[in-house]
Design a protein around this ligand. Sequence first.
Ligand SMILES: Cc1cc2nc3c(=O)[nH]c(=O)nc-3n(C[C@H](O)[C@H](O)[C@H](O)COP(=O)(O)OP(=O)(O)OC[C@H]3O[C@@H](n4cnc5c(N)ncnc54)[C@H](O)[C@@H]3O)c2cc1C
Length: 393
Amino acid sequence: MDITFSAEELAFRDQVRAFLSENWTDNLATRIRGDNQEFKAAQIEWQNKLNDQGWLAPGWPVEHGGADWSVTENFIFETERSLAGAPDVVPFGLKMVAPVIYGFGSEEQKKRFLPRILKNEDWWCQGYSEPGAGSDLAALKTKAELDGDDYIVNGAKVWTTYAQYSDWIFCLVRTDSSGKRQDGITFLLIDMKSPGITVNKISSIDDHHSLNEVVFDNVRVPVANRIGEQDKGWTYAKALLAHERTSIAAVADSKRRLRDLRKLLAQEVSGGRPLSEDTQFQNRLSNTEIELMALEYTELRVLASTADGKGPGVESSLLKIKGTEIQQAIQQMYMDLAGYYSGVIHGEENAETIGHAFGHDARKAYMYGRAATIYGGSNEVQKNITAKYVLGL
Ligand SMILES: Cc1cc2nc3c(=O)[nH]c(=O)nc-3n(C[C@H](O)[C@H](O)[C@H](O)COP(=O)(O)OP(=O)(O)OC[C@H]3O[C@@H](n4cnc5c(N)ncnc54)[C@H](O)[C@@H]3O)c2cc1C
């Protein structure tokens, strides 16, 4: 594996750095951390900048607006973006449903939906999970029955991220219960303004409203909004999950967080000495850095084999397990550094900061971070996959 960049790749890296320093501003960074509509407006502004540059959906086919990047160029962009502290795009439209639409959708569906996703005109959410159908997704029960040119949908989806902002939801629904569970599932695109849809907020421990329950009560969905064939939705759903697990290791994000943590440790003083001289913190930091370096090389090996035309396969499970464990170890160190101040809850937006400025953010990141080992396929399930396909158990 050759891990040096070519002259063209280094030139591309400089171009990405110049773009980020001009366009990823402090103002955007502050607003994107905000709540509700402020977050959405700032995220759209950021994604529009990427679209103007032609970098919003690099993985899409070129004819639909993709950038035709090599695996290495994609790696360079993701690394530089993370090191600059800029967020990933909201994935549900751009990285999840779009590949299903251009991979399996009709020409009308491609023309109707893809340009609006690229221009950030439609926000999407993902309606897979249900009460009783998470890891065991094929247990889903939300039902769609044909009635003329429409399906009538009844049931409920849960943990639906950003449903409160979304114009559309892509859903797995049950159209047949007679045979194998995976065989009776259909993939529908549903307008969130359809009569009969209710979005209920789910409060989470990080104070940020991202999660919802979406209830369908006799919702009419045109058959024209079905992807591919009826009862074949499982095939399209699986293709989408492969996209969901890409870049989940978040190596560059963890590198940035460790870099910033080092600075804070040098500033914070305990017993007259900076915490960076505390041997316990030094040990924890070094161990996490070693793990992260090992993960980075594993990721580079996976990328090298992807560049050779082999799919990421089971390695994506290993990247997910290790990447999320490292993220949580870093979040724990921020919490320990903030000490008591990580427990301060700011009642109002823009309230005066009490104690360490980073305490509030440390707590939010730690709290939301608990979810990283659950979503995108829980780590226990990834361990099962690894045991079966890597260890042959
Ligand atoms: C923050 C967050 C955002 C989410 N956003 C979305 C979204 O936008 N859209 C969407 O559709 N879903 C979303 N999800 C749902 C997510 O996909 C599910 O939470 C996940 O698939 C796990 O399902 P579950 O919660 O039903 O847990 P369960 O599947 O009930 O699992 C409970 C526990 O049992 C373990 N377990 C389950 N099966 C096995 C097994 N075979 N072997 C060993 N252990 C097992 C799990 O690892 C877990 O610890 C989100 C979840 C979170 C936390």
